[in-house]
Design a protein around this ligand. Structure first.
Ligand code: ZN
Length: 472
């Protein structure tokens, strides 16, 4: 063998070795991920967790007795499932008491309406508030009204949420819920009612958080069910003034302790300090039992992490589940987690969240640096048999885990069918009977595959640009 041949042979050999080393997920790992996917499709750990949380704890509005029971439940369940480093990270939340809400059309044709107070609403006087209603289509429409048309009246936001698989109708109808009462109060309105930001055709209003503006006296705020909003519109269509009486006893009641609950599947070897974060929120609204929002998320991520931890070889990185406190009333837990873990944010390799119920997964999105897209597409190839298409790079990480994104943490989103979700979201109908075990398993399979392969992938997912403080 000539020296030349030896040299070129070594070079070829080196090339082969380096291209092998550059393959972040070897075929044996992908085979294990496919087997993990199939195991998850016959595993009911998540469904049983959803049953337990909705049945044995029930509604868990932040700061309520149910919320405290949920934290204790979560610690016990994570320990029983074999998670390591199970712990709570306390947060302080404001406590809101729903009380009772009523609404009735007084004129032209008296009828009772089904309403729910929006989260954070103040009470009416004991004998209620009666006034003529003035309909507006949107926040912009409200702001365009002359103040004398609004002052002393009840503002009615009439915008209807469109059904769509990607849930995009929600983002368009939610602004009046968040700040409609504040903006109406600024113009002198005495109360605010809105068509629910949701698509239920039952007489079940969709509640949700709203926020007042500093320096403007708050006015009571209510969501009407869609059929009740229709009824109001029918009466308005007569052209006669429509008078409404609303009554509510809701109030704020100091502060309470809640907590993020964390458990881990520890990684093996040199990369065990690096974490893949799976998030969901433990709190819920109080009208139903928070089955799809977000007991299913809790069940899905816990079962996915547990099953990924049973794969062989064990995941190289640590898979951390975070059950966030108080997502619904201001992301208290997510903000606390980002602050508590800021010093180790560089160890957070990837984040993903389950907070859109347990419906059919149909797509994957990943926000990663461009050079990491081939790795993501390799992970996606294992999800394709679940009916998951590649949807591109516009992932946001969800409400809670998305708080880590401006800190540079790459995120993935599993897109699931949002149409049935927004029929139930924040209503009394969000209960366990709506949960389909087969769809829960499909979600678990997808999250388990992503978590396992993300924990194994050589070289990780890079970093996103860090947002400046002012941009946040
Ligand atoms: Zn949620």
């Amino acid at each position: 063998m000539s020296l030349l041949r030896l040299a070129s042979g070594s070079a070829a050999c080196l090339l082969a070795v380096s291209s092998l080393a550059a393959e972040p997920l070897p075929e044996s790992t992908l085979a294990e991920a496919r087997a993990l996917r199939e195991r998850a499709l016959v595993d009911d750990t998540a469904y049983e967790l959803v049953r337990s949380l909705t049945t044995e704890v029930g509604p868990r509005l932040a700061g309520s007795p149910g919320d405290a029971r949920a934290v204790a439940w979560a610690v016990q369940k994570l320990q029983a499932l074999g998670f390591a480093n199970v712990r709570t990270e306390p947060v302080t939340v404001r406590r809101w008491i729903r009380g009772e809400a009523r609404a009735e059309i007084v004129a032209p044709w008296p009828q009772a309406l089904v309403v729910a107070a929006l989260g954070g609403s103040v009470a009416t006087p004991a004998d209620g508030i009666e006034a003529e209603i003035v309909p507006v289509a949107s926040l912009d429409d409200l702001k365009a009204q002359p103040p004398e048309r609004i002052a002393g009246r009840i503002v009615f936001f009439s915008m209807r949420m469109e059904r769509s698989r990607d849930g995009s109708g929600y983002g368009k109808t939610v602004p009046p819920r968040g700040s409609g009462a504040a903006e109406a109060a600024r113009l002198g309105a005495v109360a605010m009612v809105m068509r629910s930001a949701g698509t239920s055709v039952s007489r079940t209003p969709h509640t949700g958080a709203q926020r007042y503006a500093d320096g403007i006296p708050p006015i009571p705020a209510f969501a009407l069910s869609n059929p009740d909003a229709d009824l109001l519109e029918q009466q308005l269509a007569s052209g006669q003034p429509v008078r409404l009486r609303v009554t509510s006893t809701s109030r704020w009641d100091g502060e309470a302790q809640s907590a993020n609950v964390i458990g881990e599947i520890p990684g093996r070897g040199a990369r065990k300090d690096e974490v893949i974060v799976l998030g969901a929120h433990l709190d819920s609204w109080d009208l139903g039992t928070g089955a799809h929002d977000d007991a299913t998320g809790i069940g899905i991520i816990a079962a996915a992490a547990k099953l990924a931890g049973e794969a062989r070889p064990r995941p190289a990185r640590t898979i951390r589940v975070v059950f966030f406190a108080n997502e619904e009333f201001g992301l208290t837990g997510a903000k606390a987690y980002a602050a508590n873990h800021a010093g180790k944010i560089d160890k957070h390799v990837l984040g993903l969240e389950s907070d859109l119920g347990a419906f059919r997964p149909f797509g994957l999105l990943a926000r990663v640096p461009p050079d990491k897209l081939p790795l993501v597409r390799t992970i996606h190839s294992v999800l394709e048999p679940l009916g998951v298409a590649w949807l591109g790079t516009e992932a946001n990480g969800g409400a809670d885990v998305g708080q880590l994104r401006p800190l540079g943490v790459p995120v993935m989103d599993l897109a699931t069918d949002a149409e049935p979700y927004f029929d139930l979201h924040h209503t009394a109908n969000d209960t366990f009977d709506k949960v389909d075990p087969e769809l829960v398993r499909r979600n678990v399979a997808a999250y388990a595959v992503i978590a396992y392969l993300a924990a194994e992938a050589e070289g990780g997912f890079g970093r996103l640009p860090v947002a400046s403080k002012t941009a946040q």
